[in-house]
Design a protein around this ligand. Sequence first.
Ligand SMILES: [Zn+2]
Length: 468
Amino acid sequence: MSEYFKAGALLKEKRGGDHVSHKHAHKKKAIMDFISKLNCEEPHYCRGKTKRYYLPAELSINKLWLMYNNSQTDNLKVKKSYFRNTFNQNYNLGFGSPRTDVCSTCLQFSEKIKIEKDNNVRNKLLINQRIHKLKANAFFGYVKEEQSDLLTLSFDCQKNLCLPKTPDQSAYYSRQVNLFNFTIVQGSSKSKLEPSNVFAYCWVENSFPKASNQIASALYHRLQNTELDGIKTVRLIADGCAGQNKNTTVLAMCTKWLAEAPRHVKTLEIIFPIVGHSFIPPDRVFAQLEKEIRKREIIANPDEYYNIIKDFGQVITLGESCKVFNWKDEAARVMKPVGRWHFQFKNAKRYILKRSKKEGNVLIKGNIHYKHDDGVFKNVNLPGRLSINLQPAEISPTNKISESKASDVRKLLINHYGDNWHTIERLNFFVPLISDPSDEMQMMTTQNTETIEDVMCEPQEEITSMLI
Ligand SMILES: [Zn+2]
């Protein structure tokens, strides 16, 4: 009250509250800066709506903590528990390959069933678990099926391969150039995997992005170059990642291909798995490949990757032996927007395409069940447009990467190979991608030494004069 009479306001309450965390705010910021610089792997297939990113499998929180403390001055070093808490509370990061053989839906069911005491709820869970498993089995029935008049192609993207692959620790927080491998396997899941039926469509991000046009173009190339004698049905089995496979771009390409295919090919099917159960033949190829890639300490250019892949399948490079077409824009020109289609595009598990009675056109049916046929064939093209009218323009490869990536890769190369990295033949691939490194580097070093000398000399003189 005396304070109130003096100043006209009550004293501020000082008891309670958080007096600790702000003391360490600078440490927390340093940790978060460190973590945000790490190079995360894209979240592979959309497991629900979670945005979980993945760090390389050989890392752990413990290793990250050691790396962090080694890179910081004493006043920013932290205890392991503090680092762990910051890591867990602020990020949704995991270690290792996001793809596992264990399905998260299956796991959730068995966990819930274990602890549920109410019999009614428990029974419902058991039924739903059974349905989930039946769906997965129905999908694999299609992957396994073998018929003399059926041709099956299954396809998937391998996780991005990075260039240059080096054992240096700095690679963990450096962006690298991505090499994409979109693999198509011919045959059912029972077929042997041999280079004769494994086709690896590869490209590096400096030439094309990884998008639906590239996927559609690779599939088109495969369909056009496959022996079709005696085939009535072509079955495409995809991983259900919407950005790459499950879109009108791929579907438009399929309608065009079927419109032009030999007449004995009656139908084309595209089948998508249920989330969590998508282990298809290309994944077996990737598992073998990744084992082989792990053995190499250094992979310095695309050809070195291609040489590894060649042992497992035929390497076909996009922009060279396989042309890339703009199927996406052409799909929008010829087809109706999906909102006006006769079935829910997103929910369909199986698309079935067949020729229309109208010459040059193809009809589409979408089924939301694996076994039960509930769709109808209808035209999805705009009035007056036919599937055969799809004439996508060719897209030429570029040769560039982003500024920030170029600067990261340059640092990595200097770190591993020294300032004269661009004279090493093995690294020729990087030279045109990274703007003249010699000039820029020389400029930077001369500037740096000058400023350092200035700073070093002047205070010394001052100190000596003061001493005198
Ligand atoms: Zn499952």
